[in-house]
Write a protein that binds this ligand. Structure first.
Ligand SMILES: Nc1ncnc2c1ncn2[C@@H]1O[C@H](COP(=O)(O)OP(=O)(O)OP(=O)(O)O)[C@@H](O)[C@H]1O
Ligand SMILES: [Mg+2]
Length: 358
């Protein structure tokens, strides 16, 4: 099966399931739709071209430095995305880290813990800059679905502001816009063989998002705010290293959780905070599910599928299994499996949801 036929097959399958995704209607073609994972650390755009799914990933970060002709021509020569906003130049996208190191600018992040960053005064302007470049203007009738997190407890009003602000940017580019919960998107992308019934967890940079889905309907969704950025910051604080140094080590292929007998202080700190992030998700899942009345009539044990950049580290699956095993859940878990497309699952689920709106 080609990757395109998987997205199309997922949208067809959901339609067939009684009660499927809320708002699903009509027949889907495979072009004229985009799925956008609007993440704290990365943006991922899923599109379909020539019967194949395509994924484009950008770092969701910016560097602002004083304008000079020399800097501008350097950026052009190096093909680094940028916009002149005198008296500054704002560079953005995948090579921002490198650029920040060369020119000594500090990296700015328009989002924090899954939502627009309240400490970045130009948050929505920066998001607009990135989305204009990544998504471009819509063709007539083109639809886009973007992912939104579950609001952290007590921050529901922040989610509304975030969602409406981003929606108006995308509508300004001409798209017909809908949203999907990030972890429901993971279920839609990965659990087709289970009739979209199970638990999807996205371990991201700013948040871990969790959804228990029954036939593609979100029964329970929630998020925790200890994720990749927390591991970086907490490990940096106890080792005296910078959060960037920690992050680069964390993303190094050689780093595994709890495998080294004599780990460096950074590796030890990261393993400890990783365990905390995983346990926080497992304990929250236990608490939230046990507090949920009237769970649907699951016919048997359900799978957990996990995705997101934070889940890519060696030893992650083992730690997650261990943490889930220690909990006492009101439903039985059959297996705990990694997403087929760790960094693309949310964007793929959003693409399927956009097709359902067709
Ligand atoms: N290969 C890797 N190994 C370990 N960690 C990684 C790897 N690649 C990325 N990460 C970490 O994953 C996190 C980003 O994950 P992801 O791109 O899924 O988040 P996001 O979707 O942007 O954020 P969120 O969902 O929280 O809004 C960062 O903390 C990054 O350091
Ligand atoms: Mg994410």
């Amino acid at each position: 099966m080609t990757s395109n036929s998987k997205a199309k097959a997922s949208s067809d399958r959901i339609r067939k399931i009684e009660g499927g995704l809320r708002g699903a209607s009509g027949g889907a073609a495979s072009t004229g739709f985009k799925g956008l994972d609007l993440g704290t650390s990365h943006l991922v755009l899923a599109t379909v071209k020539d019967d194949q799914e395509h994924y484009q990933k950008e770092l969701h970060a910016f560097v602002s430095i004083p304008y000079s002709k020399m800097t501008k021509s350097m950026l052009e020569r190096e093909k680094i995305q940028h916009r002149v906003q005198r008296p500054n130049i704002i560079a953005f996208g995948n090579r921002v880290d490198e650029f920040a190191n060369i020119l000594g600018g500090s990296t700015r992040r328009p989002m924090q813990t899954g939502l627009l960053n309240p400490n970045e005064p130009k948050n929505i302007e920066l998001v607009e800059l990135a989305l204009r470049s990544l998504c471009g203007k819509a063709k007539p009738g083109e639809k886009i679905c973007f992912s939104v997190p579950s609001p952290p407890e007590g921050n529901e009003s922040m989610l509304l502001f975030h969602e409406e602000s981003v929606r108006s940017v995308l509508e300004g580019l001409g798209y017909k816009v809908r949203t999907i919960n990030e972890s429901l998107a993971v279920v839609i992308a990965e659990l087709q063989d289970f009739d979209f019934t199970g638990i999807g967890i996205s371990f991201g940079g700013g948040m871990c998002n969790v959804c228990l889905s029954y036939l593609g309907l979100p029964v329970v969704t929630f998020a925790t705010t200890r994720a990749g950025d927390y591991i970086d910051e907490a490990s940096a604080a106890v080792t005296g290293e910078s959060a960037t140094t920690v992050r680069l080590r964390k993303e190094d292929k050689d780093f595994d959780l709890f495998t080294d007998d004599n780990p460096s202080s950074i590796d030890r700190a990261m393993s400890i905070y990783y365990r905390e992030v995983i346990q926080t998700v497992a304990l929250s899942l236990e608490r939230v599910l046990n507090n949920t009345k009237n769970l649907p009539p699951f016919k048997g044990p359900v799978p957990i599928v996990f995705s997101g950049g934070t889940s890519l580290v060696g030893g992650f699956q083992k730690e997650l299994r261990k943490a889930i095993r220690k909990t006492s859940l009101p439903i039985e878990i059959s297996e705990i499996i990694p997403a087929e497309s760790g960094l693309n699952a949310t964007a793929r689920g959003a693409l399927v949801a956009a097709m359902l709106e067709g």
